[in-house]
Design a protein around this ligand. Sequence first.
Ligand code: FAD
Length: 391
Amino acid sequence: MSQSLSTDVLIVGGGIAGLWLNARLRQQGFATVLVERGSLGGGQSLKSQGIIHGGAKYALHGALTGASEAIADMPRRWREALAGTGELDLSGVRVLSDAHYLWSPGTLAGNLTSFFASKAVRGRVDQVKGEQLPPALQHPKFKGKVYRLAELVLDVPSLIARLAELAGDGLLAAERIEPLQEHGELCGLIVDGREIRAQRVVLSAGAGNAELLAALGVEQPAQQLRPLHMVLAKGPALKPLYAHCLGGGPKPRVTVTTHPAADGQWVWYLGGDLAEADGVARDEAAQIQAAQKEMAALLPWVDQSQTRWATLRVDRAEPAQSGLVRPDNAFLAEQQRLLVGWPTKLALAPDFADRVLARLQREHVQPAAHAPLPELPRPPLGQPVWETLLP
Ligand code: FAD
């Protein structure tokens, strides 16, 4: 059996939630170990579109309420971290776009009226024209209206790499997790046969939380998975575009982000309504056809003859919710020494960490003395999906 270890906070899951929390805890003097069974970011985080939402999208269908505005503060907190003046130093992380855009392809859609009147977007949305338009929309044939939202788009691979750096020696590649108990109470985990004692255990394993809770014999909180069928397009004629394209409904018809591939080309990553219910029901060929039709209708001037296409099925993991989706806060549940949660959005990783830190403070958990960590097997960094699907 490997040498047993002790730490203050033992985190399971190295996506954005676990890595961000880990970096904040270390910065505050806590000892941490973060266990990852696959690759860092390789769950949902590296499959996300990297938009640091400020909640504007939800104002479209009125779901953003006064009581749930944690998300409204996220762009500011991320900007400060990216400038090296915030809660974490993310100054080397690549920002793909300083703004995300709202794009109405025809006349102003009716639902935009209430959108502009809402508190969440007031003073944060400006119409852009001409040379200020995103490069892919700068064409004489472009007729729609475009508004600039104060929401960043990040290069998630560089974000994950930076947070892995901030994790120092505390990352551990391991697969098998069993509870470690003392007097009938959880006091750590047995990780691939190695005992790790901790003051608190945090499960931030995304879709893996359900299985971990089952392994620990814990029933709540329940998890829900929301399937998506995303589309990727890569070709020499593609130019950057970061936008929600509005249709008639409450959800964006397509949400486009653009990512740099290693060979210098751009990759469009398409989500929004295209990737939801009807898109999930389509097989890969039909989903690609649907995406090609959408993009030909919206951007007919883009020569797609050399574009290659692929799709990606991926689930969003969240706490089970009844009825309306509550997209604008991270979720954390607590049971004695066990904390478990989902950020529900990449953008909300700071809110997830806040909730864990608040819990530690409430329970007077302080950094304690621990033996230095031995050299641990380190999990690899995950690969961007566009490199594996469209090499
Ligand atoms: P994950 O990133 O899934 O990480 C969990 C980690 O836990 C994984 O690395 C996994 O390998 C590991 N793990 C699982 N089980 C175990 C185990 N038993 N032992 C050890 N490790 C384990 N949010 C935004 O804010 N903006 C966006 O633009 C955006 N776009 C998205 C697009 C898509 C297609 C999807 C699917 C999501 C998007 N999201 C977006 C949501 C966002 O990606 C997620 O909310 C966020 O990445 C979740 O982070 P996480 O750390 O909880 O989970």
